[in-house]
Design a protein around this ligand. Sequence first.
Ligand SMILES: [Zn+2]
Length: 312
Amino acid sequence: MSRLLWATALMLALSLPAACNAKAAPAPTPEAPASGVLTPSASGIKIVFHPDYLLVYSFDWAAEAGRIQAILHELQGFYEFVKPEPASQEDMRAVHTQSLIGRTFLDPGEVLATGAAGGTSPFTGELYKIAPLAAGGAILAAELAVQGQVTFGLIRPPGHHASADYSYGECYLNNIAIAVTKLLNEKKIERALIVDFDVHPGDGTEAIFRDDGRVTYYGILPGDRIQQLKGMEDFLKEKTDYDILAVSAGFDGAEAEGGGGVLETEDFTTIGKLLKEAAERNSGGRRFAVLEGGYNQEVLGKNVKAFLEGFE
Ligand SMILES: [Zn+2]
């Protein structure tokens, strides 16, 4: 897509009313993807985003209309945007079985008829487009991060429940696992720490790296606000041997999300700050985060923004 088309698509996307904020606002200034060439940004975090993430590709919460717009409305004007390419088959195969990748790309009618989607929701024909694009968004976020540019992947579908051969929980491809594996395979890093603060454990990520000594997975522990933050702080003080900090950023642990969440908006700033300080101590500041869960469109954008304020 040309720079002009990309800018037009983003402006069109932003002109759609978000559920929580229908007022018109100026579009951010999107940039062409950096694709391997880094110009260090003095303006902090870059947002990895593609207009196709607005597609409603399924019937689950992560795919809901307005969800991504609600975040865009909070971030616009504050950050520079970069546009990813879809992950290659080779990048997906480094984490997932050919069988899972094949199911992701099946004709939707066939999937519905055969139940081949496993534990995932039924989906529309757009999934073949958006799932590899989400993985590609995580890859670009990771590639920029390893060069010193802090990034946030404003991507969907989420990925942390997808294991090598099984997709469920609104996740199809494990975006963060694909990104970290690519950095490892290309010898850009030797060790990674993945921190996941979604209220649901990233069981897919954990399973993928269970026998891989190069990658450590930490999921936020259950408890009240203080216990969750303290648990993460203590872990981050002890864990020091990693070359990059990768973050599965889920916002469904917010109290306003319901479902037992306990975190306030300011807690996401604290989490972002803890992660930033840990990366600065241990991985030369190299860090990136990608969106996982978070569905309440009235608070999601504010919580993402609060996290980025601590993380940048
Ligand atoms: Zn979740």
